[in-house]
Structures are given as C-alpha cells and as structure tokens.
Ligand binder design. Structure first.
Ligand code: CA
Length: 451
C-alpha cells in the first residue's frame, strides 16, 4: 500500500469508527429520510437579475438528493446563492435515504411531506410518469437538466486480482462463468437500484466481455454497506458504484477498479434534475429560475479553481458528511485503479457538470433519454409498457422538457447552446454504436440481449 493510501485510510477510520464502509453509507442508507439541509446563507452579492416579468410564482421548492457527486451542482446552487440570485430564495434540499425513498417521496409530493422533484437515475422520471415503479400510480414528471456526466465505475473484490478483470473482460469471461462449477456459487454483482444507470453500466460491461448478466452471474440490488461488507468477506464480487466509492474501494483495500464509466462510454449521460409536472406547470417562471441557478452552479463546478471549495461544501456534515480528503481525488480526475492498472490523472475522466468535449452536459439531450429506454428494451425491462419505439418516443417527448432548459439558458444570456435534441451517434468502448435515428439497429448489433 502506498503512503498516500495509508494516510487516506487512517483518515477514513478515524472518521468512520469501526467500519470504513459506514462513512458514506451513513448518507446513503442510514440517515433518516428527508434530513433537511439549511437554506443558503451566502447569497451571491451581484444585483438580482430578476426583472418584474420574471418574478417566480413561488420562491420555495423541496428537492431530494442522494449524497454522491451527482448532486453537487444542486448543493452549490443553493449554498453559493445561485438559486437565490434568480429569485428562488427558499430551495430546500432534502437528503434521501436511498432511491426507493426518493421515488416514494416524489409520489407523495411536498404537500404530503415528500419532495417536488430532485436528482434521479434514468429513466426513473419516465418510469414514475408511467406508474411503472409506483404500483401503477402515474405521477407525470419532467426531465429539465442533466446534473453531471461520468463519476461512476465498476469495482471488483480484491480476491479477483490478477484474473484479467479490466475494462475488457473477454479474457476473464471463462473465470467468471466458471464460478458456479469451481466455487459452488455464481459470481455475484450488485448495484443500488434495479433497471437504472448503475444496473445499465455493469450490464453493458459484463455483456461486452461475453458474460450474460442475467444467466452467467447473479446481479441484484443490494445496499452499499452490505455490498462492501460482502466484498470484504468474499461473498460479493462486483459493485457498480459512484464517486467517491471508486477511490475508497482501492484506498481501503476492499478491492480494485475494473473500469471507470468514462472508459465504457466517455461523457455518457448520468443523473438528471426532474420535477413533478404539476409543479412545473403551475410554476413555469420558478422552474426557469431554478434552471438558471443550476446552470450557473454547473459552470462554477467545472472551474478547476472552485473545486477545493466544492469539496469543502459538499463533504460537510449537512450534505455528504465524509472527510474532504475522500472527495478530492475524483474532482481532480485522480483515480487509482489497483490490480496493476495505470492510474488516471485527467480531470476529464471524472464528474463534469456544464460542458464536456462532446458538448453540453447540462442540456438534456432527448437522444440520451432514448438510449436509456432502448437499453431498457434490450434487457426486457417493463416489457408490458415498452412495447415498441413509438411508445418510447412518446414517453421521451412527454417527459423531456429540453425546451424549458433552452428558454432558461437564453434568458440568462448563456452562450454556445446546443442546436439539436440529439447528441448524434454514440460509440461505446467495444465499438458498438448507438444512432438515435435508428435505435433498432443498435439492438440488432448487440449479441447479448433479451429482445
Ligand atoms: Ca450515478
């Protein structure tokens, strides 16, 4: 272990007590739902850009978040006064215990003690709108902005070091598939919520290497604390997870990183801001004020000069509640991979918020909603609803409100805005291409699928 890792590890243990795994988990699974953070105190000093006609219908909204890097821009917008600058002086950020709680809370709405919207893995807003993951209760939602790209990866338990589990696992496929015969159980992998981003990333990674995630292994939703415990005691093999876990898994000697999502699909869509449609429809000016504040925060987050302050704010007790040292490496693009893999030292490998080399991060490209729903079809998720691409396109068009994003960006005077709802053809690390103009060809090109 390097000195760097030693220092880091000591700091985790000091903070976390007996279990290093407890630090982040406190935020992810242990905290009571709706632990509410205080409203901003340091409102931006510049004069308010809110003119009489723009005055928001309301100054308050309750947004849920999960204490991971995906929520950083919302936290910065509130804490640095960017929401308030555009008139949203009463934005309440509500820490969610897990994704199921966020789903349940948005179904209730803030009027019932829940939330109006917030941070989502995809395609949760579409699934909630259709009642697919809410016991049939349809709660129409609008996707308004992307919160970030990247910042996720595939972690592997240390007992599998030296077996060829990198980005490309073709040479390790027999080892993984032979687990049942050799170890008496299938290779076991976890994500935090079924049929959304982290499930998709690990499924893509397994199947690109010739491992069928439905048949060759066990893949299931497991709370992070349990997953990490399992990786330590030899009962859990892989974990599809987000920053700052990749750093901690290696530094705490729990395992190594097989791949960053940056390697699987550079500048891929990650998590989004979505709000209940009834709230947006009743408060269109407040919605655009929120978006302007978020966009300005995203620009702030991408400035390397602001990253130390970002880490200081987000790691604090009101938000992630972890030592700042744990959050710093991903924000520098520093990823120690372990298992002999070269480390990354590239800010473009980590989470980005406003722009990336492919275009806008914040703008919610419809072509990305389409990929998430196409990938859902690939795996046979929600078969009764996702019957064909006409249905999928209708869902994208009713949930994705890129029009509101563009209006807000133009009103705020931001420049260099996207000119198409499609980011164009996407290329994955195994050479597979997704052409949003022909999603069926993508499905046809895949070897492992359920359609
Ligand atoms: Ca994520």
């Amino acid at each position: 272990m390097s000195n760097f890792a030693n220092v880091s590890r000591r700091k985790f243990l000091v903070t976390a007590g007996a279990s290093a795994g407890a630090v982040l988990l406190k935020g992810c699974v242990g905290n009571p739902p709706s632990a509410t953070a205080p409203v901003a105190t340091n409102v931006a000093a510049s004069p308010s850009p809110v003119t009489a006609g723009d005055t928001p219908e309301t100054t308050t909204i309750k947004l849920g978040y999960i204490p991971i890097v995906e929520s950083a821009a919302m936290i910065i917008a509130q804490q640095k006064g960017f929401f308030a600058k555009y008139g949203m002086t009463g934005v309440e950020l509500s820490k969610q215990a897990n994704w199921a709680s966020a789903r349940d809370n948005v179904t209730i709405g803030s009027g019932g003690g829940g939330i109006d919207g917030g941070q989502w893995q995809m395609p949760m807003p579409h699934l909630i709108s259709e009642g697919i993951i809410t016991n049939g209760q349809k709660v129409p939602m609008y996707v308004l902005a992307q919160l970030n790209t990247q910042g996720n990866g595939i972690a592997i338990a240390g007992i599998h070091a030296g077996k060829g589990l990198g980005a490309d696992i073709a040479s390790a496929a027999d080892y993984i598939k032979g687990f049942q015969a050799n170890e008496g159980r299938k290779f076991k992998a976890a994500h935090t919520f079924p049929n959304v981003n982290q499930d998709f990333w690990i499924r893509y990674w397994f199947s690109a290497g010739g491992v069928d995630p439905d048949n060759d292994i066990d893949l299931l939703a497991v709370p992070p604390a349990e997953t990490v415990q399992g990786m330590r005691n030899g009962t859990m093999d892989a974990f599809s997870t987000g920053d700052p876990w990749p750093y901690r898994i290696v530094a705490d000697e729990i395992g190594f990183m097989a791949a960053l999502t940056h390697e699987i699909w550079s500048f891929h869509p990650e998590e989004y801001l979505a709000i209940r449609a009834d709230w947006v429809d009743a408060n269109p000016k407040a919605t655009k004020a929120l978006l302007k504040g978020l966009m300005e925060a995203q620009q702030w987050c991408d400035d390397p000069a602001n990253r130390a302050e970002l880490v200081q704010i987000c790691s604090g007790r009101n938000f992630f509640n972890i030592p700042a040292e744990i959050l710093t490496p991903p924000y520098k693009g520093n990823y120690t991979m372990g298992d002999g893999k070269a480390a990354f030292n590239d800010i473009n490998a980590g989470p980005l918020y406003w722009k990336d080399p492919k275009g806008s991060v914040s703008y919610p490209y419809k072509s990305h909603d389409l990929w998430f729903l196409t990938e859902s079809m690939r795996w046979g998720f929600h078969k009764n609803t996702l019957t064909d691409f006409d249905v999928v396109q209708r869902m994208v068009d009713s949930v994705n409100r890129e029009d509101l994003w563009l209006e807000a960006a133009k009103e705020a005077g931001f420049s260099d805005l996207p000119t198409s709802t499609s980011r164009g053809v996407e290329t994955f690390f195994d050479g597979i291409k997704f052409d949003p103009a022909n999603p069926e060809a993508y499905l046809t090109s895949l070897d492992i699928k359920r359609v």
